[in-house]
Every structure is written in C-alpha cells, then in structure tokens.
Design a protein around this ligand. Structure first.
Ligand code: HEC
Length: 105
C-alpha cells in the first residue's frame, strides 16, 4: 500500500471511532448524569447523609431497583430517601443500576 493509502485508511479509522463514541453514550454514563440531575449525588457523597453510590457495587440488580423505587419498603421505614417510583423511566432506572454496578464510574 502507498503511504497515501495508509494515511487515508488511518484517517477513516479515526473518524469511525469518534463517530461511535459520540453516538454511544453508555448506560453507565447516562446513569452518572442522572445521579446528578435527579439529586442522588446530594445525599450519596463522601461525608454526606448516605454512602456514595459506588459503595453499593456488590448489590444485586433487584435490590438496587427496589431500593431506588421504594426505599422505605426495601430498606426500612426510617430511611431518609425519597421514592423514585414514577419519576424514572425503566431505561433511566436501568442506567442508574448500570452506573452503580460500574463502581460509580
Ligand atoms: C435525601 C437523600 C437521598 C437521596 C436524594 C437519594 N438517596 Fe439513596 N439513600 C439515602 C439513604 C439515607 C440511604 C440508606 C442509608 C445508606 O445506605 O447510606 C439510601 C440508600 C440507597 C440505596 C440502597 C443501597 C443498599 O442496598 O443498601 C440505593 C441503591 C440508593 N440509595 C440509590 C439512590 C439513587 C440512585 C438515588 C437517585 C435516583 C438516591 N439514592 C437518592 C438517601 C438518599
């Protein structure tokens, strides 16, 4: 292959890679944005009233979902976390769970 051919095919690869990155925000990345926009981060921070979301990395999906949708039912009547049932779409709930299971990244 000529030098010019190599340069052109390299450019094509770089363009394809950046297009893929722009279109595919991962569920975990979406969950990170939701943790901020939904206010999770206000309580779930180091030194806050609740542990950082990353500390729940080992929990099962079903426990995380139950805790987010209906904290008082899943975790106990004294838990000072508002229920998010009806406030999150199924995709948003899945994104938050993916974010937590990715260790808060
Ligand atoms: C008003 C404060 C507050 C807000 C807002 C809040 N939480 Fe919580 N959350 C708590 C408290 C307090 C607990 C229970 C104590 C703890 O685990 O630190 C808790 C527990 C949890 C648990 C249970 C973990 C387990 O298995 O023990 C999960 C998961 C969770 N929160 C996720 C979220 C997500 C996701 C959001 C945003 C959609 C959110 N929380 C918003 C205060 C809050």
């Amino acid at each position: 292959m000529s030098t010019r051919g190599l340069i052109l095919s390299g450019l094509g690869l770089a363009l394809a890679a950046s297009a893929a990155m722009a279109s595919a925000a991962t569920p975990a990345a979406e969950g990170k944005a939701l943790a901020s926009s939904q206010g999770c981060d206000m309580c779930h921070v180091a030194g806050g009233m609740a542990k950082p979301l990353s500390s729940y990395v080992g929990d099962s999906d079903s426990r995380l979902e139950a805790a987010i949708l209906d904290p008082k039912k899943a975790l106990g009547a004294n838990v000072m976390m508002p229920p998010f049932r009806g406030k999150l779409s199924a995709a948003q709930l899945a994104a938050l769970v993916a974010y937590i299971k990715a260790g808060g990244r």
